[in-house]
Design a protein around this ligand. Sequence first.
Ligand SMILES: Cc1cc2nc3c(=O)[nH]c(=O)nc-3n(C[C@H](O)[C@H](O)[C@H](O)COP(=O)(O)OP(=O)(O)OC[C@H]3O[C@@H](n4cnc5c(N)ncnc54)[C@H](O)[C@@H]3O)c2cc1C
Ligand SMILES: *[C@@H]1O[C@H](CO)[C@@H](O)[C@H](O)[C@H]1NC(C)=O
Ligand SMILES: *[C@@H]1O[C@H](CO)[C@@H](O)[C@H](O)[C@H]1NC(C)=O
Ligand SMILES: *[C@@H]1O[C@H](CO)[C@@H](O)[C@H](O)[C@H]1NC(C)=O
Ligand SMILES: *[C@@H]1O[C@H](CO)[C@@H](O)[C@H](O)[C@H]1NC(C)=O
Ligand SMILES: *[C@@H]1O[C@H](CO)[C@@H](O)[C@H](O)[C@H]1NC(C)=O
Ligand SMILES: *[C@@H]1O[C@H](CO)[C@@H](O)[C@H](O)[C@H]1NC(C)=O
Ligand SMILES: *[C@@H]1O[C@H](CO)[C@@H](O)[C@H](O)[C@H]1NC(C)=O
Ligand SMILES: *[C@@H]1O[C@H](CO)[C@@H](O)[C@H](O)[C@H]1NC(C)=O
Ligand SMILES: *[C@@H]1O[C@H](CO)[C@@H](O)[C@H](O)[C@H]1NC(C)=O
Ligand SMILES: *[C@@H]1O[C@H](CO)[C@@H](O)[C@H](O)[C@H]1NC(C)=O
Ligand SMILES: *[C@@H]1O[C@H](CO)[C@@H](O)[C@H](O)[C@H]1NC(C)=O
Ligand SMILES: *[C@@H]1O[C@H](CO)[C@@H](O)[C@H](O)[C@H]1NC(C)=O
Length: 608
Amino acid sequence: MVPAFIFRLAAFGAFPLTALASIERPQCKANPLESTWPRSTQWAALNESINGALISTSPVASSCWNGSNYDSPFSCQTVESNWSSSVFHASLPESIGAWIFANNSCVPPTASGYTEVQGCRLGGLPSYIVNATDEQQIATALRWASDRDVRVVVKGTGHDLNGRSSGAFALSIWTRHFRRLERKTAWKVPGPANTTQDVIIAGSGHGWGDVLDFALSQGRVVTTGQDPSVGLGGYIQGGGHGPLASTYGLAAQQVLQMTIVTPTGEVLIADDSQNTDLFWAIRGGGGGQYGIVTEYVIMHFTAPESVNFGSIMLAPLNEAGENASLDAAAVLFKALPNLMDQGVAGAMSLASGEAAGKFNPSAPSETKGAVATFAIWSFNMSESCLDGLIKPVADQMRAQGDNSTLSVSYSASNVGNYSTFCSSISGSNTAGAGGISSSRLLGRRHLEIPHATLRSNLERALVAQNETAGTYMTIGLSGGPGVINKPDSRFGAILPAWKSAYLHLLVGGASASPNATVSPTTALSENAEWIDAHKEKLWREWAPDSGSYMNEANPYNTHFKHDFYGANYERLLQIKHKYDPNQSLFVLSGVGSDKWEYNLQSGKLCRI
Ligand SMILES: Cc1cc2nc3c(=O)[nH]c(=O)nc-3n(C[C@H](O)[C@H](O)[C@H](O)COP(=O)(O)OP(=O)(O)OC[C@H]3O[C@@H](n4cnc5c(N)ncnc54)[C@H](O)[C@@H]3O)c2cc1C
Ligand SMILES: *[C@@H]1O[C@H](CO)[C@@H](O)[C@H](O)[C@H]1NC(C)=O
Ligand SMILES: *[C@@H]1O[C@H](CO)[C@@H](O)[C@H](O)[C@H]1NC(C)=O
Ligand SMILES: *[C@@H]1O[C@H](CO)[C@@H](O)[C@H](O)[C@H]1NC(C)=O
Ligand SMILES: *[C@@H]1O[C@H](CO)[C@@H](O)[C@H](O)[C@H]1NC(C)=O
Ligand SMILES: *[C@@H]1O[C@H](CO)[C@@H](O)[C@H](O)[C@H]1NC(C)=O
Ligand SMILES: *[C@@H]1O[C@H](CO)[C@@H](O)[C@H](O)[C@H]1NC(C)=O
Ligand SMILES: *[C@@H]1O[C@H](CO)[C@@H](O)[C@H](O)[C@H]1NC(C)=O
Ligand SMILES: *[C@@H]1O[C@H](CO)[C@@H](O)[C@H](O)[C@H]1NC(C)=O
Ligand SMILES: *[C@@H]1O[C@H](CO)[C@@H](O)[C@H](O)[C@H]1NC(C)=O
Ligand SMILES: *[C@@H]1O[C@H](CO)[C@@H](O)[C@H](O)[C@H]1NC(C)=O
Ligand SMILES: *[C@@H]1O[C@H](CO)[C@@H](O)[C@H](O)[C@H]1NC(C)=O
Ligand SMILES: *[C@@H]1O[C@H](CO)[C@@H](O)[C@H](O)[C@H]1NC(C)=O
């Protein structure tokens, strides 16, 4: 309850509101260097109130550091050999895939980003972790943290590319052990109508691989990402695109209900008939911001009976073919919306410089042109039908050069059912993506532009800070009919740019990396600056009316309100304030995050 004197002061207007705010809310979130940090007896009391589920953070690679104060369940050798596996990081309470956001603190000597000066300390890792198994534990811990101004972070798998599942001096809620997985063929649809729906109910601790396997065992599919180890929590809340997106839509469009614990400690059910504001926000408004989801009710679909799988490979054969390869890439990009409308799906990489050789061994060892590897798939479509759609495009690409300068090859075949297909496209569950990327969604209007402009945009998207090393971009055929044709009610807070998106472009190119004299903070900010000057600038010219896919975007985007949330921003901010009044949950580029500064150097999170 607000004390009466505050009302009086406020009513007189003599008391500046900022002063009021500072009485109720300290400048910084609690940290161990200040007296507001809970004493160990208080942490012990919290632990007791949540059935002993509190873990004091201990970095797994501490076994690689002599004289470290921490224990690790694994030998340094085991840690080193598993460091590049995101399955490994997901299995641990504290670990994350993108360690630069943990300040590269306590990484094994063979890991990228290792420097001896970083030492073995907590760095950007949370101080304590709740290994939660039920909602009440989370509710108790969140209320406790909110009352004490302790920062809260959420870890599902720790896959986040932007450090959003970690944070210095935080209490982390680890959701891995919410493992319900069940199909309900006659789930009662919330609301007055007496209707039922065939759904899957999944705890947010699962990786998508588990949920897909469960669905496939019953001839069904769910809208996963390409990599089985990605988790439900952050993927769904950011949107979630994968191999079925252009057919059935984004993951956030499949959610019918969720169970969520709010930062003030309420356990709520959110769906189309109750807590509808939260239901709207969680579907696309960003993970780790409004509350902690423990369970999702999602739609599933009949598994495709047959899948065609193939590729277009494009490469210049020599220097004379470099320009033609960019022309051919532009021709391909322009053709994609029509192909997608006709049922073609896929994902592509476009690379330059030395990076090109990684995608296409027959490409020149270094090229200023573009090397494309386009994986194509289509469901329930005859091979001849797919060939009929792709071959004319491949011919048009070839016509940009000749067979002494340019190579364009196409092949595809029926690979059987969805299970077989999935095992051939599944990623390698790799962890450790380093630098900063940038993302843009493109609609038909951004591709049906003059050829020379499109070509030059692609060339700019492939610019690398180190030209010799080059860079690559990943292009997801992630929008299209499955996403666009959904009714407004299924969009929730998904960025409105998805309503007309066909392609998702994910680009890199910045090359600063931390070393003994360049701290992670400095490397991150140098990369962010370069990305802004080269890639964000390009998007602002090419597709100013569009935006980014926040889960694979630049977390230091200076236009994040527009690019990540668009017209939904103000409403999301209101919902954020309603459910998280003490702002326990902070993530980079989160709603309301512009009022805070997270300093990876000091670890402090303070109002600005
Ligand atoms: C190898 C790899 C492949 C990928 N492939 C794809 C892809 O094909 N398609 C795609 O769309 N994206 C893909 N991504 C990006 C992916 O969407 C993001 O990394 C996403 O954040 C993962 O969510 P998570 O819950 O697994 O990760 P986490 O790191 O655990 O969480 C990510 C964010 O969500 C929050 N969060 C997690 N769980 C909850 C919860 N239960 N309640 C509230 N907040 C929560 C966290 O606080 C954090 O902010 C990929 C990432 C990797 C590393
Ligand atoms: C919490 O309690 C459990 C059970 O008593 C104990 O094993 C664990 O070490 C405690 N956690 C902390 C951080 O003290
Ligand atoms: C740690 O100690 C072992 C055994 O004393 C030694 O062989 C090793 O070189 C030390 N490692 C480091 C990083 O100091
Ligand atoms: C480490 O990797 C090896 C080989 O890939 C695997 O067998 C082992 O289970 C992994 N260990 C852990 C702890 O994940
Ligand atoms: C992060 O690393 C830098 C050195 O690169 C160090 O000065 C700083 O204290 C570290 N921050 C934290 C929170 O550990
Ligand atoms: C977390 O809790 C689960 C379920 O109780 C348990 O099996 C697991 O060992 C715990 N993990 C850690 C690291 O405490
Ligand atoms: C709802 O439908 C079920 C099954 O069709 C039926 O048994 C039940 O009587 C219906 N209830 C109402 C209130 O209409
Ligand atoms: C493929 O065909 C099966 C059987 O007709 C059907 O149930 C399924 O919905 C189809 N899938 C797609 C993606 O067209
Ligand atoms: C490629 O195009 C650029 C202009 O975009 C031009 O300067 C260059 O000479 C061309 N190279 C070849 C080999 O034609
Ligand atoms: C290359 O193209 C020329 C002219 O179209 C054609 O005559 C020749 O057979 C082609 N060579 C190969 C190897 O395809
Ligand atoms: C898919 O095909 C494989 C190989 O033919 C088979 O083992 C599997 O049972 C099939 N799965 C489904 C869901 O039909
Ligand atoms: C640029 O990349 C090349 C090839 O990977 C590498 O040899 C070179 O050292 C890099 N240059 C700089 C300035 O980092
Ligand atoms: C660290 O990197 C910077 C920038 O690339 C470089 O100037 C510096 O010499 C490097 N320092 C060390 C110790 O490697």
